[in-house]
Design a protein around this ligand. Sequence first.
Ligand SMILES: [Cu+2]
Length: 448
Amino acid sequence: MLASLFIQTGPASGGWTIYPPLSALGQASEGSKAGMDYWIIGMALFIISQLLGGLNYIATVLNMRTKGMSMTRVPLTIWALLFTAILGVLSFPVLLSGVVLLMFDRHLGTSFYLSDIYIAGQALANEGGSAILFQHLFWFLGHPEVYIIILPTMGIVSEVMSVNARKPIFGYMAMVFSMFAICVLAFLVWAHHMFVTGLNPFLGSVFVLLTLLIAVPSAIKVFNWLTTLWRGNIRFTPAMLFAIGFVSLFISGGLTGIFLGNSTIDIHLHDTMFVIAHFHIVMGVSAFFGMFCGIYHWFPKMYGRYMNNTLGYIHFWVTLIGAYLIFWPMHYQGFAGMPRRYLDKSSWVSFSQFHGLDAMITVVTVLVFAVQLMFVFNYFYSMYKGRRVRSLNPWGATTLEWTTPIRPGHGNWDGEIPEVHRWAYDYGKDGRDFIPQTEPIGEKESSH
Ligand SMILES: [Cu+2]
C-alpha cells in the first residue's frame, strides 16, 4: 500500500468538495491517484495547525488583556477574531473526522461513504455506506467556514469606519451580539448546501427558516455601519473606501443569499452561474476588501510609512467597479440556466447569447488582476520609499496598537504595559477629536 501511495501520483480525484464516491475509491480501483491521499493529509495538517492557532487566539483574548481592558472595552476587530477562532475550533474537527473516515474507506476497506464495494471499477456488493454522510460532515464545517473568512473583515471594517468617520461605532454591543448570533446560526444551516440531495422537504424548510434568520444580525450590522457614517466627518482614505466598498458588496451579495437560502429557488439555481455571482460578491471579493482595508490602514503602523494614495485610489475604483462588472452579469447567466464548472462545446453552443458578456468579463478580469499587481508593487515600494509618518498615531486612533513603537519588540511596549481606562470609540466626545484608551476618565466627563 505504502509503495503505491508514493509511486502513483496524480491530481486529487475530486472537486474542491471531494465528495465520495469519487474521492472514496481506493487504490484498488482504476484511475484513483495518490493525489487524493496527499490532499487529505494536507487538509489534516492544516486543520491541526488551525486548531492550535485558534486556541491561542481564544486564550490570549480571554486571559491576556491588559489592566482595565474589560471585554466591553475591547475593539471590535478583536471581538471578531475571537468569534472566528471559536467557530474554527468547533467546526474544523468535524471535517477532520470526515476526511479520516474517507482515508479509511480508501485504504482500510471500510465503507462509511461507499454503498458498494468497488473492485477494478466493478460494483460487487452493497455495503450500506452513505455518500450523503460525507456531505453533512463537509458542510458542517463548510458553512461556518464562510463566517470564519468574513468575520475578521467585519471587525476590521468596523474599526476603520469609526476611525475615519471620527465618530464612535454605532451600536457597539449590538455589533458584538450580532456577531455572536451569526456564530450560533452558522452551525444550524449547513444543509442549505444540500437541497438537491434528496433531503426531506420538511427538514429542508427548517434549514430555509434558520438560513433566512441570518439576515437579521447581518442587517443589524449593515445599519450600524451606515449609522456610523451618518453625519461623520469622513476621511476618504483608501482604507475607508475599501471599508465602504465592503458594505456595498456585502449588501449586494447578501440579498442574493435570500434567493439561494430558499429551497424552492435554490433547486432551480443550484450549480448555475448565479451561485458563483452570489458567493464571490458576498464572500470572495468582500473578504479581499477587508484585507485591503486592513493593510492600507495598518501599513503606517507596520512600516512607519504611508502607502501611495493615488495608487490606492486606482486600486480601489478599478477593483470595485471591476468586481461588479465581472460578477453581476453572472446572475443573469444563472437565471438562464447556464451551469457552473462546465467548459465544453455543448454549453458553449447552448448559451451563445452570452458570448459577448463572457468576453467582456474576461477583459475586465485581466484589468482587475493588473491592478492587484499594482497593489503588490505599491506595498513593496512604500515599504522602502513611502512618505514617512510624522507621529506614531497618524490616523488619530484611540486604540493601543498606535501607542507602540513602529517596529515593536517582544512584549510590544518598551517600558510599562499601558493601562486602559475607556472603550475604544471615544471620537468627537466633549468637543475633542479623539481620546486614547489610555487616558483616565476626567471628573466632569460625560459617560457614553
Ligand atoms: Cu452556507
